[in-house]
Each structure stands twice: as C-alpha cells, then as structure tokens.
Design a protein around this ligand. Structure first.
Ligand SMILES: Cc1ncc(COP(=O)(O)O)c(C=O)c1O
Length: 383
C-alpha cells in the first residue's frame, strides 16, 4: 500500500453472543467480566502483592490443598501440563502415563519431548485405564518418578477414579509423584489433592470456573516442591515453578514476568463467587445439570460415549447417529441457534458431539435450550 493511499476503514470486532456449550470455554460469569473493568495496577504494586496470597488460598481451596502451594500460571491449561512435566521429570527418568483420550495422549507426547522413559497404559475412548493396570505398571517399574492421569478427560466425558488411584499409590512401595490433569474438573467435580495424595495438578480458568481463558491454576504438594530445581533439570524460565513460587511468596516481590492482571482480577472474582456459592453446592449444581442434559439425550434415543459408571456431569460426549453429518449439525446449531458444541478431538476420536454444562451454564434451563436446538435440527425419528 502506498503511503498516500487512504487507510481502509477497519470496523471494530463485534463478536455475537453465543451459548458456549462445548468443551470450553464456557460463558464468563458477568461478575467476573466486570472485575476486569477495575483499575489496572502493575504486577509489582504492593496492593497486588497483598492480593496474591488470597488468590493462592482460594485456588488451594478448590484443590483441597493445605499442605504445599497453589498459584496460577499466566498461560492456559496446556502450559500447566507442560510445567508439571518439565519441572518434575528429568530426561531419561521413567514415568507411568495412563491415557484413554486426547489429553492423555498429549501428556504422553510432552513426556516424549522431555526425553522421559514412558510406560504407557491405555484404554479405549469412552473408558478409563483401570487403576490395577496403572499399579501393575508402577510395580513393574519401581524407579518411576511420576504417574500421570487425566482426572476429567474432556475428549470423552470420562472421569478417572483418582481418589482410589491416589490411595493405591500411597499404599504401595512407590514414591512416584501423582500428576493429575484437572482442567475440566476444577469447580465442577470434587478434588481433594491432600487427602487423595495428588502431588501436582493443573487446571484452566475457562471451564467450570467461568472465568476467561488464559490462566492455569496449579497446585503442588510439599513432596513435589522438594523435587523442584534438581541438578540436571533444565526448565524454561517462563515455566520454572521455583521462580513462580518465589514470585507468589517472597516479599518484597521479585520480578518474574508481567502478569496479565485484568485476567487475574477475573479469576479472583470467579473463585470468590464459587466459594460464596459453596463448593459443595456448585458441584451438586453441575451434577444436576449434567444429569438433566444426559437424560434428555437418552430420552431422544442418542447414545452417549462414556461408560455410564464414569460419566462426567460437565462434559457429555454424544455419539453422532449413523447417517447424520455431525459437523453440519454443529454449524447449524452455531449459526441458527447461537449454540456452540464441540466435535470429536483428534484423529482417534469416534464421531461425537461434545456438550459442556460448565460454570454459569450448569443449569437445567440451559440444558433444555441445548436439547431444543438439537430437536429443531434432528426432529424425533430423524435419527
Ligand atoms: C483435559 C484437558 N487437559 C488440557 C487441556 C488444555 O488446556 P488449554 O486449552 O487451556 O491449554 C484441555 C483443554 O480443553 C483439557 O480439556
């Protein structure tokens, strides 16, 4: 473009209101969004320092963590996953990794890039890897330093029996750390990191917490903290958890990175609102809304992917009936009804829709709106 050409008019981006009923993000709680309008203070402002321990305490409450430390990374859940692997596993160390879906596979891929010796234990999509199989792998590899599992597998809607795995691991001779993906779990189903022996867990801001995407609340046990900063463990500076712990705990504050404070305000407010509601009440609300949606799909003759005994409330994977173009249904739901639902994730996924009941959306009326959208596109008998 020449210097004298008139500048094109670029209109402001004006995204429509959608019902975000996919695997995440979910709709942001308006009160969390309003918190982003508060005055920006810098990451080195003492007012902000004073708030961080309160934010850390709230994150710890969601995780059931009193022993250890909790904080959030200025990055999405993927970085929470990667930070745990890079800080707790040295190249060449053995890790037992369970996978029954896309995110279990992603953990394995990150371990591969780390140069870990990976002992994979797998189950098909829709199932979970039985804890006996995980423990057999641990027994066969006594030097394993970590066991990885996805507590709430968003690609399938399956909940792993994490409490039982923690109890079995602690009762064994292994001193492997327990690493749990809690991205879809946090704020939607119970997590008791201390009681279950979860050493490292990470999550995201954008699903059952109903805050904007971009932050990853994490938690470490004191055992995990002791393993940080070992010799021969190069960790990228931005994900160095020892540095993050210093930033969150040392006063006067030492600079690590410029935190996106408006997002921190939103997460802080979302967590505060959840505690005001009561975590138990919030979990009950997610359970009821998920059951409502799942009953509605079953009544309409749809099959659900997950083993019913392990079905998550907040994520329902619905099998696309034979002869139906699943992608076309998604497009019509979005454009005609303003409803976003997800499709299958990754090359191994069967044809499914993934429907979220997360955060502010975990309400029976929202479930009814989603079901009505499906009814409009696929009337009874059309599938
Ligand atoms: C189970 C699970 N783990 C990890 C991630 C990655 O999180 P993010 O997309 O916030 O990076 C997701 C995202 O949906 C997820 O569902």
């Amino acid at each position: 473009m020449s210097a004298t050409a008139p500048s094109p008019v670029i209109h402001a981006f004006a995204p429509p209101e959608r019902l975000l009923a996919g695997p995440g993000p979910s709709n942001v709680d308006p009160r969390a969004r309003a918190a982003m309008e508060r005055p920006l203070v810098s990451h080195l402002d003492p007012v902000f320092w004073d708030r961080l321990p309160i934010l850390a305490d709230m994150i710890g409450r969601y995780y059931g963590r009193a022993d250890g430390a909790s904080l959030c990374l200025s990055a999405s859940g993927t970085s929470g996953m990667e930070a745990g692997i890079l800080n707790l596993v040295a190249p060449g160390e053995t890790v037992v990794a369970a996978s029954a879906g896309f995110f279990g596979n992603r953990i394995i891929e990150m371990l591969r890039r780390r140069g870990a010796e990976i002992v994979e234990v797998r189950a098909p999509f829709g199932q979970h890897v039985p804890n006996d199989e995980i423990m057999a792998a641990v027994a066969a590899h006594p030097h394993a330093v970590m066991v990885c599992v996805v507590y709430a597998e968003t690609s399938t809607g399956v909940q792993h029996p994490l409490a039982e795995l923690g109890a079995m691991l602690r009762a064994s001779d292994s001193d492997a750390l327990l690493f749990a993906d809690c991205v879809t779990a946090i704020g939607g189903i119970p997590i008791e990191a201390d009681a279950w022996g979860v050493d490292y867990a990470y999550a995201c801001s954008q699903k059952c917490l109903a805050a904007p995407p971009g932050l990853s609340p994490i938690t470490l046990s004191s055992r995990a903290i002791e393993r940080l900063g070992r010799d021969g463990m190069p960790v990228p500076y931005s994900l160095d958890l020892a540095e993050h712990l210093r930033f969150w705990a040392d006063r006067p504050m030492t600079y690590h990175h410029t935190t996106p404070n408006l997002h921190y305000y939103a997460l802080d407010e979302a967590l505060r609102l959840g505690l005001e509601e009561g975590l138990e009440a919030r979990i009950t609300r997610h359970a009821a809304a998920g059951a409502h949606l799942q009953t509605g799909f079953r009544e309409r003759g749809f099959d659900l992917l997950a083993d019913p005994a392990r079905q998550l409330p907040q994520l329902t994977a619905v099998r696309v009936p034979d002869g139906v173009d699943g992608r076309a249904v998604q497009v019509e739901l979005l454009h005609t009804h303003g409803i976003e639902v997800g499709g299958g994730l990754g090359p191994d996924a069967p044809p499914i829709w993934r429907v979220g009941m997360m955060g502010v959306n975990a309400e029976p009326e929202v479930a009814e709106r989603i079901l009505a959208g499906f009814d409009a596109i696929l009337p009874a008998g059309a599938h």
